[in-house]
Design a protein around this ligand. Sequence first.
Ligand code: HAM
Length: 409
Amino acid sequence: MADKISFEAPRGMRDFYPEDMVWRNKVFDAFRAAGESYGFVPYDACVVESYELLARKAGEEVGEQIYHFFDKSDRHLALRAEMTPTLARMVAQRQKELAFPLKWTTIAQCFRYERMTKGRKREHYQWNLDIIGEESTLAEAEVIGAAVDALLRMGLTTADFKVHVSSRKFLGSLLEKSGIAAEKHAQVFLALDKRGKMPDGEIAAMLRDGGLSDADVDATFRIMDTKSFEGCAELEELFRLAETAGFADALVFDISVIRGLSYYTGVVFECFDTAGEFRAIFGGGRYDNLLTTIGGEPTSAVGLGFGDVVVTELLKSRLGADAAKAASGIAVGFMSDAQRDAAVRLAAKLRAEGERVDLSLRAQKPKKFFSHAGSGCAAKAVFLGPDDVEKGVARMKNLSTREESDICL
Ligand code: HAM
């Protein structure tokens, strides 16, 4: 006899049972509504890319996490770990035809062979918002504003989360003032991004490996205590625009935000829950050189990725595990097979009127019908017995208020 196959999804991959889909839909609905409200247009792409497009410079964690394989024709392929290289490829392919600035959005399933910790899976859906071809800081303000809007639509308030913002340009200028040359900054950023995830001693060792002297390392740690962004024009402008647009209370300056991806060039940001319980809710920044890296024309860009995993955990903890359930629609049932056709006709009539109808598939006792209808997602229920069919009128019950009204069959 064959070995029994495990019923569990592979480690780090997820199944979505109906009760999970309710949450996923709530989160995706907010993503879509916020994207539309801010004028982003949807796009989509293939999940499999050439490994070459996704392969990274050494040091970037995501490079070691790529699921890759050779197909039967020996093509080296990979599952996307993020959407940004794919977006860059798509824009580069049509760079001459597209009208910039572009505001594009998608919800992309991404795969990363991660060490499994709270809030990190090996597959997640990531809402992406990107503005391509705009240098002004209004681009940062619009992507951050849209992400904040999505969180508010989900039912959170700015007391639940904060978007921590900084600028690699600003940090770079502080490092340079301390005598740390620009060519060392990429390594410094990757090392500093690990702060809080590994001891400072190990980070100091990484910095020394990147060519920094002991005095440089001390200076770098001192810079990380910077509390003011005075003199950084782009951050001053971002905070001013956030004030004007009405979401300044969601922003805080935080020099420790660096981001683990090396393509960021300017403003960087990451959103965290204020209680500090969860991993980053979303993250992004300005990346002005990615298109040239893959062979396209120089183009400025700003964007963010907002995963479904952390925000769902946060929503369940703040709003309650049942908060995504919204009863709607009408359950229609019948007592015996003699009323079945009448129930089918009633369901057809209600559906034609635009109602969502869950028609019972078999005759039931009223108690069973109402207890099932009440525990499901229906808001109202109609149960047909022989008398109702004879009279041509039945009772429609509101399952939460218990109020009843007549409905013609
Ligand atoms: P990232 O910081 O690597 O950035 O990911 C963005 C967000 O995706 C994270 O804040 C988190 O919500 C979610 N996420 C990432 N990895 C996982 C995982 N293993 N499990 C669950 N959730 C995860 C990027 O990917 C950039 N490409 C974002 C971007 C778009 N930058 C510019 N445009």
